[in-house]
Design a protein around this ligand. Sequence first.
Ligand SMILES: [Fe+2]
Length: 379
Amino acid sequence: MSEKLSIKEAKKDIRDFIVEWNDGHISQFNYLWLRDNCPSDIHPTARERTFNLLTVSENIQPKEFSFCKDKLIIKWNEGNHTSEFPTEWLRENCYTLKNSQSYESPYVLWDNSLSKSLDKIKIDCAEIMEGDEGILKYLKQLHYYGFSLVENGPTGKNSGAEVLERISHFRQTFFETPFEVINIPNPNNSAYTALGLRNHLDLPYYEIPPGYQFLHCLVNDATGGDSTAIDGFKVASYMKEKFPKFFKVLTEVPVKFVNRDYTQNTTRVLHAPLILLDKDSDFHIIRFSIAYMSIMDCSPDKMDLFYRAYRKFAELLHDDMFTVRFRLKAGDIFSFNNLRLLHGRTEFDPNSGNRHLQGYYMDRDEIRGRLSFLENQID
Ligand SMILES: [Fe+2]
């Protein structure tokens, strides 16, 4: 059994408390950070910080400190306050350690080889309806693969809602919930035609597009109308490795997206790069929609490089090497990360039969939040 972690030595520095642990690790705890994170200033039920950092000066210091029962006790020179930090808490929140660890992406990137092992991303609807174990399985597929195919669901109008509400509430948009993916006269969106749709992500002109999309198939007996799925993170990762200059320009140059839906009294305009990275340089948001990309207006010295990079990205996002093809059947819910996975469909013949999907959006926070909660509860 490993020895219990304890503090071997502690000393005050000018702006930090330096702690040496019995395993040799040295932590640095900034005084403002320590005071700001005093455990006594967290509301017991709201679980929110109640302390106001502006009530102390930026020069706050420990007046004295001591150790008692596995706790570091600091009496501050301002505010007549004493903080008690359990040593376990200090180790758990040690940012020296956190910043020295190498980042591991949670995402499982995939290409067309996933077609041979679709069971990895399939789930029976009954599992989701039975309880938390099934919901957790569904959420893991959504978060790690960005893709899940729910099978044997209901086929009644609006019946997808009772399945998806097992996760959380929906993100509303002007398309309303659910939106009807069916061919209609005078469509305000090409999804509402029988045309084939090139691979895209929905609503790229929103500052934060809906994080997840769920396409619930009620009927699909027309000729054509097969679905495609492409992992945008995988394609971005391929670009990073094979075409680093192109990758860089796609992470930097803001692209103009515009939506002028004729049924709305609104014009939505947004500038954002096609590939957005997170704080660990992992993939965060892919925005790609040939339909909604507007007239580019970046600096002239970047236009040629941007266009060559964009062209290569578009080519790869439609390459068979990355494409998973499948056909939705009644009761399926094609569920995916709308900031990662590109979706498309082949043209269908509306005179040969019916094709009707109902769509729902949900924010990514809801998926990650539920996953985080259930992982702690069950795993
Ligand atoms: Fe779409």
